[in-house]
Design a protein around this ligand. Structure first.
Ligand SMILES: C[S@@+](CC[C@H](N)C(=O)[O-])C[C@H]1O[C@@H](n2cnc3c(N)ncnc32)[C@H](O)[C@@H]1O
Length: 199
């Protein structure tokens, strides 16, 4: 799957595909976003300018804004962003892929960036490209939270809804090259501080 294939598939996807809890109930779906926003708040300083990459219809971006973060929600799918805007007027929305973020930010940098259930659908090469763009959007010393799963038997997703997994060595090499320093957090995602690349 190329990034373009993943983007096209998600733009056409039924909103039910975003999270398994949506098939349980709308309440359970939004509650899961609140729980994950509270988890993010344990590593992202209050009031920070945060970028939610691949925000979908705002499952996590909406409660993040309610917690007082200044949220910029980025998604390649305008349909997803329209659903988000229906619920959360105080979230800035940007229709873009990872390459479009720099156009929106200009010289500004975010205090924190998170990407949940997005990188997992991309190939190793595309994922590394996206993480590089997310790192470039983050100020030095800022926080990145990446849903970037490890496995003893890493493999690439074979469909837009599949999951790509990584070896520890692949991730360590990528962190060094891109400028990410792992942070101990207890969260089920990778948490990193933005540092100079190769440092
Ligand atoms: C599984 S949904 C997750 C939504 C949200 N992060 C959540 O956890 O509820 C994946 C979202 O990422 C977006 N997406 C996937 N690949 C993308 C890319 N390369 N650039 C921008 N958005 C992307 C899709 O349009 C979709 O809205």
């Amino acid at each position: 799957m190329t990034a373009a294939d993943v983007i096209t598939a998600w733009d056409r996807a039924d909103p039910d595909a975003i999270h398994p809890l949506r098939r349980v109930s709308e309440a359970a779906y939004w509650e899961s976003g609140q729980v994950q926003a509270d988890m993010l708040a344990s590593v992202i300083p209050g009031g920070a300018k945060v970028l939610d990459f691949g925000c979908g219809d705002g499952r996590v971006a909406t409660p993040m804004a309610a917690l007082g973060y200044a949220v910029t929600a980025v998604d390649s799918s305008q349909r997803m962003l329209d659903r988000l805007t229906d619920r959360a007027l105080d979230v800035t929305t940007v229709q873009a892929d990872a390459d479009g973020i720099a156009r929106h930010l200009g010289r500004r940098r975010m205090d924190a960036v998170y990407a949940l259930a997005v990188l997992i659908h991309h190939s190793w090469t595309d994922c590394l490209h996206i993480i590089g763009r997310l790192r470039a959007a983050t100020k030095l010393g800022g926080i990145l939270v990446l849903d970037w799963p490890l496995s003893q038997t890493p493999e690439e997703a074979d469909s837009w809804i599949g999951v790509t997994t990584w070896s520890r060595q692949q991730q360590d090499d990528a962190c060094q090259r891109i400028g990410l320093e792992p942070v101990d957090s207890g969260l089920p995602w990778g948490v990193y501080r933005a540092v100079k690349a190769g440092g």
